[in-house]
Write a protein that binds this ligand. Sequence first.
Ligand code: ZN
Length: 154
Amino acid sequence: MLNVTKEQNGAVLVVKLNGSIEESVDFNQLIGETPKELHVNCRGVPRINSVGVKSWIRYFQAVAAKGVTLKFVECSTAIVEQINLISNFTCGGEVVSIFVPFMCEGCKSELIGMFQVSALKQLKFELPTLKCSKCGGQAVFDDIPEEYFNFLMN
Ligand SMILES: [Zn+2]
């Protein structure tokens, strides 16, 4: 079940997606008509299945075809996986910021950190360590840079 909250921010419509994107998702009904700029916040999307991917691409392609500027912000790790897997997943939109998986070296907790894409490029994908919220230890990037950041390296 996907919930969408909408917020008009000047000329920009900001939509926040919350929940899994599956068979039942109808983006036309949930988002509908958009102004000339649409920002999609994906931090609340834990999963998207293959049917969900199809409706996602169908909807955002139609939006992009109308000349709407699309930006994807705070993309969850599930969304980043799809961006890497499917070349037209963002339908020409810009990926502004993403969540990145980390693992604590002390207590092995899995954590996520949020990064601006521009900052990641500046860091040349060499991520700083994060402080573990559970034990205070050091958490390090927990994936393969060439895979997780693949969509940014091309
Ligand atoms: Zn820890």
